[in-house]
Design a binder for this molecule. Structure first.
Ligand SMILES: *Cc1c(COP(=O)(O)O)cnc(C)c1O
Length: 417
């Protein structure tokens, strides 16, 4: 079943999105989104939707959030010109530096905002799930900052693969619970976090890490991450006097991309490009390129595009970058793809690794492997569109990826004897 939207309906939906009139009361972005949650959670999700309206519309709360973003997260993050990449690509390149945000990626914008909201709502503890551990670290830090106990569910396999992040979470005071069920990775961890929340939806707050899940999470995460695009738009105008011709971001669940794109949706002259993980190949199971190859269905409480096989089984995914390794994507992206406002491409593991090395050598910046997919996509776009102004969402820093990098890229300094 493919969602059909006429071009005229598409234009109307885009106008609603730009005017912040989507999602609708049911949490729908056109045909996508909604709230497919267990009965027991529906009251908690309804209450959350109400509290979001209340607090994100409250000047006093927003001023406090803004102060924390400035003084603790380090916002605004810089907009950095990348002249050597520009010379190599035949373009003008600018980088929005979320790698310089506290804990090293955009994830802290969302974790901090939700932790503050949880505190306001009177929750006594925060529950979160994490795959690669980056969202767990951001959540642990934000919870410590606002003074709230925090339990992070993490697949047993991921705990082994991501040991340094597990240690960071412990140091920041979080309790990390190993999930031994299901696939023992992110998908099982999300199921377990939801189960735990169902058991105590009043005293606990579920802090979700990407623009996915049942309504109102995709909307809440978009609102909290839109600081990226709002700042970048103003910085482009201030530093260059012009808007970019294209804005490019990597897409896992879609939070850094929606944060960059959403404030630019109304600028018709700006092309928007999301880059997914093309993994080893285009075959099902060999990548995480959800929008490129998936079909609509329900996962983790939301109707969106997913990777599943002919029997309806959710697919195992693969990407060299753990943060993109998820078989779903946020519902706003599914709508933006369907109406053609954003185009989605993929970059393979190999292309991402090459682009990571290119960014290191050209600009002295080690991006995250997730982010490297955006660089690979931007580079291809530049080849097809010479002489343009390109804005890249640099979602995070690559220090966490050193174990993977040393496996894939021979260390020129090693072996001296
Ligand atoms: C988690 C992560 C991503 C992917 O998540 P989105 O929700 O798609 O943004 C991308 N980049 C970095 C650095 C990450 O840590």
């Amino acid at each position: 079943m493919q969602a059909e939207i006429s071009p005229q309906q598409g234009q109307e939906l885009l106008k609603l999105l730009v005017n912040n009139q989507l999602p609708d009361q049911q949490g729908r972005y056109g045909p996508f989104g909604g709230c497919y949650a267990p009965e027991t959670l529906v009251p908690a999700l309804r209450r959350l939707a109400g509290e979001i309206e209340r607090y994100l519309g409250d000047d006093e709360f927003m001023a406090r959030l803004d102060t924390q973003l400035r003084t603790w997260v380090g916002r605004p993050t810089p907009l950095t010109p990348a002249p050597e990449l520009g010379r190599r690509w035949g373009a003008e390149v600018y980088l929005k530096r979320e790698d310089l945000a506290h804990t090293g990626a955009h994830k802290i914008n969302n974790a901090l905002g939700q932790a503050m909201l949880a505190k306001e709502m009177g929750a006594e503890r925060v529950i979160a799930e994490t795959g690669a551990g980056q969202h767990g670290v951001a959540t642990a830090a934000a919870c410590a900052r606002v003074g709230m106990p925090c339990t992070v569910y993490m697949g047993a396999i991921d705990i082994q693969r991501q040991a340094p992040n597990v240690d960071r979470m412990y140091q920041l005071g979080a309790e990390v619970v190993a999930v031994e069920s299901g696939d023992q990775t992110l998908r099982a961890a999300i199921d377990e976090a939801f189960r735990n929340w169902v058991a105590d939806p009043h005293r606990s707050y579920y802090l979700l890490g990407s623009a996915v899940g049942p309504h109102p999470y995709p909307y809440l995460v978009q609102r909290l991450q839109s600081v990226i695009g709002t700042e970048a738009r103003a910085q482009m105008l201030q530093q260059t006097g012009e808007l970019p011709d294209v804005a490019v971001a990597c897409v896992g669940g879609g939070s850094n991309a929606i944060g960059l794109f959403h404030p630019l949706l109304g600028d018709e002259s700006i092309e928007l490009l999301g880059v997914e993980a093309g993994g080893r190949s285009a075959d099902l199971g060999e990548n995480s390129a959800t929008l490129a190859t998936g079909k609509p269905g329900v996962l983790h409480g939301s109707y969106s595009v997913l990777l599943y096989d002919d029997d309806g089984q959710i697919q195992e995914t693969h990407s060299v970058s753990a943060g993109l390794d998820y078989p779903g994507v946020g519902p706003e992206h599914s709508l933006l793809k369907t109406i053609g406002r954003v185009s989605y491409k993929s970059a393979t593991d190999t292309e991402a690794l090459e682009s990571l090395q290119e960014c290191c050598a050209a600009e002295g910046i080690l991006p995250a492997l997730e982010t490297a997919h955006a660089f690979a996509g931007a580079r291809k776009w530049a080849q097809e569109n010479p002489g343009k102004r390109i804005l890249i969402g640099l979602s995070g820093r690559g220090d966490k990826d050193m174990p993977t990098l040393s496996q894939h890229i021979p260390n020129r300094g090693a072996g001296r004897s």
